[in-house]
Design a protein around this ligand. Structure first.
Ligand code: HEM
Length: 414
């Protein structure tokens, strides 16, 4: 994997944090490759090393820097002028172009204008009104699995609840749900960390854009109060949106809320199966579920990282990152940073809530966070009501999307 140079920010034993050895280049390589299977299988040993010894890591071979400490990651998320999203937020080449222009890959002012067009679908009061619908979906999916004595809860529960929900919000007919879900799945293969799926992914991306194009033209003829109608008929400074922005926005809203929320639910089911004392606490006191969702978002962050490109030279930890460099913001590491969290590697559903980075921060802070929290809470409430003593019935399968941590398969018996 080429050669790697680790830039040592401070000695591991130095609790004085930023007493860096300026610019010291460690000759013994520390290889952190976020696209590798090894890292995707278990990133935490890498994160511990990065936050302790390499708070500003540089991988010249792969062309990125990485921030891993909570304060650094949060500050970078909040400073869009220095850390720009305009060149995309993924490491894999081509993915940004495939999606087209959309808010995740933009800076203000265009970012803010587009975000305002969809924001009203995700306000707290609007999201509260979705609860009966989300609960009905959750109950329907769980009832089918329970009738079978169990099944794959990643594919058939966690993977479907967010998709059904977002289809309703966007106005996608439920009979199209399976097709759209499968196309989105194939499209995300571009982020699997391997080159072998690029053609499949590109073809799926094209087909999905075509699908959204047909939905958009229907909304122009007969608008509803759904999210696609807001984009199809929205105006910014009196002008309609260019077609590629409408498709980009449809794609990002559809993609951003699905595998992520599905990961929150499937990670949570697995973590609680592996921590029976935590599960017992929740079964005994369902009022704790809301807090448990926060802790699960911290402990196994569905989005592990995002990235930005510097617009100016940044000096930190005794080093200089030139303008035009890609910097990874390691959410998964920051949320286990011992400088911010007590006993960070322990799952504790009673942990007092603190500021999370699971939904990012700053202008790009997840617009769907209230919806994700609602889906997580409802999912766990219904699980604990209907199948409190579920058990693992096989090996869980990890999902390989480089930015995310979630499950492709989770066999449970009920
Ligand atoms: C547990 C579930 C979720 C997690 C962990 C999550 C995480 C994130 C993160 C970290 C970002 C910021 C990325 C960056 O700054 O580079 C983000 C942005 C975004 N998320 Fe979520 N998300 C979740 C659910 C959702 C849902 C349910 C929706 C909508 C249906 C959604 C839609 C979006 C959109 C549109 C953006 C872009 C916002 C912007 O650029 O202004 N997400 N999400």
């Amino acid at each position: 994997m080429g050669y790697f140079v680790g830039v040592l920010g401070h000695a591991a034993a130095s609790p004085g944090l930023d007493r860096a050895s300026p610019g010291r280049i460690e000759s013994a390589p520390f290889d952190y490759n976020p696209l590798s299977k090894q890292v995707q299988d278990d990133p935490y040993p890498f994160y511990r090393r990065l936050t302790a010894d390499y708070p500003l890591y540089h991988n010249p071979g792969m062309g990125f820097w990485a921030l891993s400490r909570y304060d650094d990651v949060r500050a970078a998320f909040r400073d869009w002028r220095t850390y720009s999203s305009a060149e995309g937020v993924n490491l894999e080449p081509g993915f940004t172009e495939m999606i087209g222009p959309e808010i995740l890959n933009m800076d203000p002012p265009r970012h803010d204008q587009l975000r305002r067009l969809i924001g009203h679908h995700f306000t707290l009061s609007r999201v509260r009104s979705y609860e009966p619908m989300v609960r009905e979906f959750a109950v329907r999916l769980l009832t089918a699995l329970i009738a079978e004595g169990g099944g794959d809860f990643a594919a058939d529960f966690a993977g479907r609840l967010p998709v059904l929900t977002i289809c309703r919000l966007m106005g996608i007919p439920l009979e199209d749900e399976a097709t759209v879900r499968s196309l989105a799945h194939d499209m995300l293969l571009a982020l699997s960390g391997s080159d072998e799926h690029q053609a499949t992914s590109a073809a799926a991306g094209k087909e999905l854009s075509g699908y959204f194009a047909s939905q958009v033209s229907r909304r122009r003829d007969s608008p509803g109060d759904d999210l696609i109608s807001s984009l199809a008929n929205g105006r910014i400074e009196g002008e309609p949106l260019p077609a590629e922005e409408i498709f980009g926005m449809c794609l990002i809203v559809y993609l951003a809320g699905n595998t992520t929320t599905s990961a929150l639910i499937s990670n949570g089911l697995l973590c609680l199966a592996r921590h029976p004392e935590q599960r017992a606490a929740l079964s005994g006191d369902p009022g704790l579920i809301e807090n448990a969702v926060e802790e699960l978002l911290r402990y196994e962050s569905p989005v592990q990282w995002s990235s930005r490109v510097t617009t100016r030279m940044v000096a930190m930890h005794g080093l200089e990152v030139p303008a035009g460099e890609r910097v990874m913001l390691l959410i998964g590491a920051a949320q286990r940073d011992p400088r911010e969290w007590e006993d960070p590697d322990s799952l504790d559903v009673r942990r007092p809530p603190q500021r999370l980075l699971a939904f990012g921060d700053g202008v790009h802070r997840c617009v769907g966070a209230p919806l994700a929290r609602l889906e997580g809470r409802v999912a766990f409430e219904e699980v604990f009501r209907r199948m409190p003593s579920y058990s693992l019935a096989g090996e869980p399968q990890r999902v390989y999307i480089s930015t995310e941590r979630g499950l492709a398969g989770l066999p449970l018996a009920v």
